[in-house]
Design a protein around this ligand. Structure first.
Ligand code: UD1
Ligand code: UDP
Length: 356
């Protein structure tokens, strides 16, 4: 089968890495990078470290308002899909690159395969919720990472082409954790002892874009007694700058504000953290995979299994709740196997083979 894959943002590079590797043993893949993420450490680094094939084309769309960014992607993708005539367009997750790809392909009557289908936060103020609901509605093959995701689709009446494959991020976590062990330790570089620090990430607009929420989060980091390693997403960095929070961080030694790191260094930082503070979808799961307690700075999550099992707690952007969780949150339950067996990518490649 000729598959045209569309990726553009950091988590999509990580998800595509294991899938692409296996897909190419069964099928022909044409890889499109929309250019949504473009900084060296938000894009190129992942292709190099994770052996993702060089994209056949980078559309170079870059940042912009939602309609502007999505619209530019669609205009470029339409021409490309018409020229390439793929049997199927494959999209990942819930970003603007996802909806641009799925909407363009479905209007051209090209079948759409959605990896990470069925996730729901039930919060329509999130751009991701809009992107994923619409993409699921117009996809022909829907690869669900969890039973919860599978059930969401059934409840919405989406039953055709739905497959419970497990989570390709778990495949990536298993495969690259081994490689991360052989990489020079980022802990040495940062002068950190294992289990002596917390790891933080933050990039959701509901946290970063508003002075009140971002200030509350940073105030909690500053007031806690812990060393906090904070690889800042460019979105967070630019709003911390706008709201005068970078100076406050610089005035404390406890917060190690660093540039975004590559995936292998991120795995090292995650595995050795005492706890993880995050609003990221991927990082919440990785905390669970590596059995690190997770404090999620959101009012809800799509990864409800991690909450049910007691390894993740929701604190929103409430300073006191964040501080309480830093001091007191401690999982006391066993984990279960919610994310598959590490062979989700293979299942996806096989299913695509069956519909050929
Ligand atoms: C996007 C996704 C989000 C995903 C996240 C992963 C959408 C609507 N959002 O959010 O679902 O969780 O990626 O990281 O698709 N920027 C840079 N350099 C870059 C990329 C971004 O400086 O390489 C800055 C720009 O100022 C840009 C801002 O970050 O305006 C936001 O980037 P954008 O891709 O629009 O959204 P993310 O917040 O990254
Ligand atoms: N990640 C990384 N370096 C960083 C921060 C995150 O490699 O500095 C990885 C992280 O391990 C996870 C993925 O990026 O696999 C999550 O991406 P992000 O938080 O940007 O998006 P989300 O998962 O929320 O969509």
């Amino acid at each position: 089968m000729n598959i045209l894959t569309i990726i553009g943002a950091r988590p999509q590079f990580i998800k595509a890495a294991p899938v692409s590797r296996i897909l190419r043993t069964h099928h022909k893949e044409y890889l499109v990078h929309t250019g949504q993420h473009y900084d060296e450490n938000m894009s190129r680094l992942f292709f190099e470290e994770l052996d993702i094939p060089e994209p056949d084309v980078n559309l170079g769309i870059g940042s912009g308002l939602h309609a502007e960014q999505t619209g530019k992607m669609m205009i470029a993708l339409e021409k490309l899909i018409l020229a390439q005539k793929p049997d199927c367009v494959m999209v990942y997750g819930d970003t603007n690159s996802t909806i641009a790809g799925s909407l363009t392909a479905s209007k051209l009557n090209v079948p759409v395969a959605h990896v990470e289908a069925g996730l729901r936060s039930f919060n329509m103020s999130m751009p991701e919720e809009i992107n994923r609901i619409l993409t699921d509605k117009i996809s022909n093959l829907l690869f669900c990472p969890t039973v919860t995701a599978f059930e969401h689709l059934h409840r919405e009446g989406i039953v055709k082409g739905v497959h419970l494959t497990g989570d390709v991020m778990y495949d990536a976590a298993l495969y690259f954790a081994e490689k991360a062990e052989h990489k020079e330790s980022v802990l040495n570089k940062l002068d950190l002892e294992p289990k002596s620090y917390l790891l933080a990430t933050c990039h959701r607009p509901q946290n970063t874009d508003f002075r009140e929420t971002l200030s509350a989060i940073i105030a909690a980091f500053i007031e806690s007694d812990e060393t906090i390693v904070f690889p800042a997403h460019p979105r967070a960095k630019s709003f911390m700058n706008k709201y005068g929070l970078l100076e406050k961080i610089a005035a404390t030694f406890k917060i190690k504000l660093i540039e975004p790191v590559g995936y292998l260094e991120m795995i090292q930082l995650e595995r050795n953290a005492k706890k993880i503070l995050t609003d990221s979808g991927g990082v919440q799961k990785e905390a669970y995979f590596y059995q690190v307690p997770c404090i999620t700075m959101r009012p809800e999550t799509e990864w409800v299994e991690t909450i049910r099992d007691g390894w993740n707690v929701l604190v929103g952007s409430d300073k006191e709740k964040i501080l309480q969780a830093i001091a007191g949150f401690s999982p006391d339950h066993k984990q279960a196997s919610h994310y598959g067996d590490g062979k989700s990518s293979e299942k996806i490649a096989q299913i695509l083979g069956r519909v050929e």
